[in-house]
Design a protein around this ligand. Structure first.
Ligand code: NCD
Ligand code: ZN
Length: 350
């Protein structure tokens, strides 16, 4: 007799270790989508202008807290956008005061609003040294930006050209490779037993590059790092469902209004906040590893960040497919919700 399919799954409330909330009208619209299910999130600093100083992070956090729906229990964990001018002491003070949890490294030009990012990695050494001393994590957007490097190779090249040298000079620095998309990155993290972890997004567990390009171009599947070949996606799923403590969820939910996505030069970013948990439950179930979902969404990240696990629980219920809204309205335009392309049977009880 077939064992009865699991129909209810209760796990610790999850956290999102990589999230774009934006600001203003967009913030108000998307924040509730994350606050509904997630207890904490690492908030990306790539606003215009970017969140560079402790004071900017404090003000941005206040704006997020003010935009929370009443009764929401959600803690934004702020990050500072690393520039070549960043002051190591400002960073250390922001960390000591609990204003900034981590620092984000964008190579200049790598992605949306990364123009103020780093060009000369030697110039950020004093900040990295200070962060290593105080145990503050560095979150890296792991792609080189040189135009001669093929966009599908930019993550693998970043590991060799940038990440390995940084880790060699500063092995005590705690690093999260954000939104890994390749077998190369997964292997590198697996082979490293100290001070290195990786986030994996919801969408990179579901789409490969055919989804973006075969049979017509689909801007709503375009994000950075861009999705790779199917064999990479399979390795990402294996890493996510393995329970390995070095891999955890960072949705990289990145809203852009449709008019900015569906344009001759469309923005990178996929908005998954609304249906992320349903998508993930489906993936873990298909892999026969629902028992590892809690590690991926609720445990591994908190442990890496040396934060307490959330005490409260949420229950996922399996039933008839859940119909999510295809779009949400933002005041800055319509935002399309990620369509995984398969029915979602799991719904989080709120
Ligand atoms: C992000 C955004 O829109 O801010 N876009 C994306 O494709 N992921 C930036 C980023 O995280 O690279
Ligand atoms: Zn991101």
């Amino acid at each position: 007799m077939k064992p009865k399919a699991t129909s209810r799954l209760t796990i610790r409330r999850p956290d999102d270790w990589h999230l774009h909330l934006r600001d203003g009208a967009m913030l108000a619209a998307v924040l509730r989508e994350s606050a509904r299910h997630f207890a904490r999130a690492i908030i990306m600093p790539n606003l215009v202008p970017p969140v560079v100083t402790a004071e900017q992070a404090r003000l941005y956090r206040n704006r997020i807290l003010a935009a929370l729906p009443s009764g929401a229990n959600f803690t934004p964990l702020m990050t500072l956008y690393l520039t070549e001018e960043t002051d190591p002491e400002d960073v250390a003070l922001a960390h000591a005061d609990g204003i900034a949890t981590a620092v984000k490294l964008y190579p200049a030009g790598a992605t949306t609003n990364s123009g103020s990012g780093v060009r000369d990695f030697d110039r950020i050494r004093p900040v990295l040294d200070r962060m290593a001393e105080i145990g503050m994590p560095l979150l890296v957007h792991g792609e080189v930006t040189d135009s001669e490097i093929d966009i599908f190779d930019r993550e693998a090249v970043f590991i060799d050209r940038v990440l390995k040298p940084i880790r060699k000079k500063n092995p005590d620095l705690r690093i999260v490779m954000e939104h890994v998309t390749t077998e190369d990155a997964v292997d590198y993290v697996r082979d490293t037993h100290r001070n290195l972890a990786a986030t994996i997004t919801t969408h990179h567990l579901i789409i490969n590059r055919n989804h973006i390009l075969a049979g017509g171009v689909r801007p709503h599947f375009y994000c950075l790092p861009v999705a790779k070949r199917e064999r990479h996606r399979i390795v990402l799923v294996q890493a996510a469902v393995s329970g390995d403590p070095r891999f955890f969820l960072g949705t990289d939910s990145a809203p852009h209004a449709d008019h900015a996505k569906l344009a001759p030069c469309g923005c990178a970013g996929i908005f998954t906040a609304t249906n992320t948990l349903s998508c993930l439950a489906e993936i873990f179930e298909a892999a026969g590893r629902l028992d590892k979902l809690e590690a991926f969404v609720s445990i591994n990240g908190a442990n890496f960040y040396r934060m307490p696990l959330n005490d409260d629980r949420i229950t996922l219920v399996r039933g008839e497919p859940v119909i999510y809204p295809a779009t949400i309205e933002s005041g800055e335009g319509t935002v399309t919700v990620f369509d995984p392309g398969f029915p979602l049977h799991w719904r989080a009880e709120t």
